[in-house]
Design a protein around this ligand. Structure first.
Ligand code: MF3
Ligand code: CO
Ligand code: CO
Length: 257
């Protein structure tokens, strides 16, 4: 399948959906503190998305015969991605929590994620978060016209592994637009100079998932929650980026309310 390039109207709509996704995520982050449940965070996100006239792209998202039952993904500690808010899951001091907000507005989708500390976290976890966020930004820097997708992948992998962490192989970043997951796939591992050529007008969700231990993952019996195989903590940062002749532009930037 070919990689969609957006029309100027499509890009204008992407700007809107991405700004909403980022604003919701920024507001949601403020609610993270010891004692809140992951269900509360899901419900707060649901209300914030609705207040912007948008729709959760996660709710009802179908893989095979399963539909995702929540409004965002909330993933704690060893949970990598696709965690489902749960009334019994209370965040505690020292946890880390990944929040992944994906919204649809006027047909177009914006996708972004952060991992944040709950209260005070230990220095190793602080480093995990810093390295993962820095890997995202180094990867974004490679989203340049005439580069290849593998330049993003290799840059992320090398930086992460140089810091003693590992990159998840089972899940990848992706093009995003009229659908949540469009070509190209954007792995967080690979070789420079390989993969599809980057052209102007592509909208890419770049999203390193980084484990403190080994790279292997498994999926829990709920059919969604991906966890590290060795139980080590995992972090996830994501932006939706527009490729332009002037370089990458991060679209998931909050607008002041
Ligand atoms: N936001 C995720 C991504 O970055 C996908 C959500 S999966 C769903 O690609 F099941 F929650 F919808
Ligand atoms: Co996402
Ligand atoms: Co994504």
């Amino acid at each position: 399948m070919s990689i969609p390039e957006k029309s100027s109207d499509g890009i204008a709509r992407m700007r809107e959906s991405c700004a909403i996704a980022a604003t919701v995520l920024a507001k949601l982050k403020e609610h993270v503190s010891p004692g809140i449940t992951t269900y509360d965070l899901d419900q707060i996100a649901k209300d914030l998305i609705a207040a912007h006239g948008a729709r959760s792209a996660d709710y009802g998202y179908q893989i095979g015969s399963r539909r995702f039952p929540a409004y965002i993904c909330v993933s704690v500690n060893e949970e990598v991605v696709h965690g489902i808010g749960n009334l019994r899951r209370i965040l505690r001091d020292g946890d880390i929590v990944s929040l992944d907000v994906t919204v649809e507005y006027l047909g177009y989708i914006g996708d972004n994620a952060v991992t944040v500390p709950v209260g005070r976290i230990n220095p190793r976890l602080q480093e995990l978060l810093l390295v993962t966020e820095r890997a995202l930004h180094l990867g974004i820097e490679q989203a340049r016209v005439d580069n290849r997708i593998g330049d993003i992948s290799a840059t992320v992998q090398e930086y992460v592994e140089a810091h003693g962490f590992s990159v998840v192989r089972d899940l990848v970043g992706h093009g995003v637009g009229l659908s949540m997951h469009e070509p190209p796939e954007i792995p967080n591992f690979g070789r420079r100079g390989t993969g599809p050529r980057i052209r102007p007008g592509m909208t890419l969700a770049i999203e390193p998932m980084v484990n403190a231990g080994g790279y292997r993952t498994k999926t829990l019996s709920d059919g969604w929650t991906v966890v590290t195989a060795d139980g080590s903590p995992s972090a996830h940062f994501e932006h939706t980026v527009l490729t332009t002749d002037q370089g990458p532009e991060i679209l998931t930037v909050p607008r002041s309310a």
